[in-house]
Design a binder for this molecule. Structure first.
Ligand code: 5AD
Ligand code: SF4
Length: 475
């Protein structure tokens, strides 16, 4: 395939814009037929990357004339943007497809589409072709930019459309995006992953690592800021290796320095960091920065060296702890979060104790704990010593308790402090309260007016409730 492209594919962009025009007429026909505006429902499973992809899907759907709804039962087009990192996400998709089928029986014009990581697996496609024949359109992670074209094909055909690519070197951005939040946005800075952690299916379904051209990233952020965005989340499976394959290689830290210069931008976040690639330069840039949030998500996955090696993580417990020390010394106020897997093949209760030891030593502000899920095609799936479920459960529960206790202790330390919060939304339970996010990613609820949404305010963290605070605005 040669060098990976990093620049936007303008020709493809123009082509898709043509397809959008064509799709407009099909949606207009549908509108006439229904006597009302057709509605679409985009349902997202999985990570922030998928959430961003869904904004792109919705951007195109609204552009061609659909209204948006969260209710599948009133939608005329439903799309599931799927995840396959763990099997439970897959099972949820199958379960909900059964329900969609029952809706489709009473609403035959309902169109159903599936996309995302799960669709990159041949076994999934085979199963859908066989048992879920009512699905109208299936595509994967590499050709999402073709969505407008695929919609046109779907409107012009009765049978199931399946278009899955194994790989791509194309990057097609600048299609319409319908942002969920007016004041914050994710931005893809790279796609794919080259790490091949032995349990993980991502490199197989998202393909090889490709970085976007830094100029295009900066321009996109500038446009977002002009449109009211104050916080950006730079997205990639492994942002610490950003830029290595570019024609003019730059580091992630250098990119951050440039993003920092963008006037009007107030906060910068990023996801996800692989510990093996986290540089001193990055720590330094974070430390100097006024905009980069005091939060680092640094997946550890396991604490036992033997398991880390079998996972192909390429660091030891000691190296990880030394890195954490370095980060905390440079930025004592940083919040650290992590991902942990319990039940990797061969993991013993003593190995889990090593993980628990890491949690105690690092004092994570939050940790996402997962039970190991065997993913077909990954090296770990073929390993012997798959751990029995009861043993996994026991280790998992023990770990979870330590994770929760340390997180609560960490949160309690900030009680009574005044900190800056970005006002995000009306509190879901109590409409008199607003919910704000601190730089360290914790949430605080406080009485305020809705007009403050998207603004940064100083909030006193009066009471800590374990994983969030209640407080009041000062000033
Ligand atoms: N089983 C359980 N958890 C997994 N993750 C990735 N693959 C698996 C798997 N096979 C977790 C990792 C990763 C997070 C996004 O999902 O902890 O960091
Ligand atoms: Fe999966 Fe490892 Fe890549 Fe993360 S770094 S996406 S865990 S292979």
């Amino acid at each position: 395939m040669g060098r990976y492209a990093s620049r936007n594919d303008e020709q493809e962009l123009a082509l898709q814009q043509e397809y959008m025009k064509k799709a407009v007429s099909y949606v207009a026909d549908l509108k006439q037929q229904l006597g009302r505006q057709p509605l679409c429902c985009v349902t997202t499973f999985g990570c922030q990357m998928n959430a961003r992809d869904s904004e792109k899907l919705l951007g195109i759907l609204t552009q061609i004339g659909y209204g948006a709804t969260d209710e599948e039962s009133e939608a005329d087009f439903v799309i599931y943007n799927t995840c396959t990192v763990r099997d439970n996400a897959n099972q949820r998709v199958y379960g909900r497809l059964g329900f969609l089928n029952s809706i489709k029986r009473s609403r035959p014009h309902l169109k159903i589409a599936l996309c995302g990581c799960m669709m990159q697996e041949q076994t999934v496609i085979d199963k859908i072709r066989k048992s879920y024949r009512f699905v109208d359109l299936i595509f994967g992670t590499h050709n999402l930019f073709k969505f407008a074209q695929l919609l046109v094909t779907m409107f012009e055909n009765q049978e199931m459309i399946v278009d899955i690519w194994q790989e791509t070197d194309q990057i097609v951005e600048e299609l319409p995006v319908s942002r969920k939040y007016s004041y914050k946005s994710g931005i893809n800075i790279m796609f794919g992953c080259n790490n091949f952690c032995s349990y993980c299916i991502v490199p197989y379904v998202r393909g090889r690592e490709r970085s976007r051209d830094p100029k295009e990233i900066l321009q996109e952020i500038e446009r977002l800021v002009a449109d009211g965005v104050v916080e950006v989340m730079l997205l990639g499976q492994n942002v610490n290796s950003y830029g290595k394959n570019l024609d003019n290689p730059i580091t992630f830290a250098q990119l951050l320095r440039e993003v920092e210069q963008i006037e009007g931008l107030k906060r910068i976040r990023f996801m996800t960091s692989h510990p093996k690639d986290l540089s001193d330069e990055l720590i330094d840039v974070m430390k100097q920065s006024k905009k980069i949030c005091r939060h680092l998500h640094l997946p550890v996955q396991a604490g036992s060296d033997r398991i880390l090696q079998a996972m192909n993580r390429r660091y030891t417990k000691e190296q990880y702890l030394a890195l954490v020390d370095k980060i905390k010394t440079a930025m004592p106020d940083i919040a650290l979060t992590t991902d942990i897997i319990v039940g990797f093949p061969g993991e013993t209760p003593a190995d889990v104790e090593e993980t628990i030891d890491v949690v105690r030593k690092v004092q994570y502000d939050n940790a996402f704990t997962f039970i190991y899920s065997r993913r077909t095609g990954t090296p770990a799936a073929a390993m012997e010593d798959q751990v029995p479920e009861t043993v996994v459960r026991e280790g998992f529960d023990k770990l979870l308790k330590v994770v929760q206790d340390t997180a609560k202790e960490r949160a309690a330390l900030l009680q009574g402090k005044v900190m800056e919060a970005l006002v995000e939304e009306v509190n879901e339970q109590d409409a008199s309260l607003m919910t704000g996010r601190l730089s360290n990613n914790m949430l605080v609820h406080f009485p305020a007016s809705e007009s403050l949404i998207g603004r940064l305010v100083q909030v006193s963290l009066d009471t800590c409730h374990g994983f969030y605070y209640t407080g009041h605005v000062v000033e």
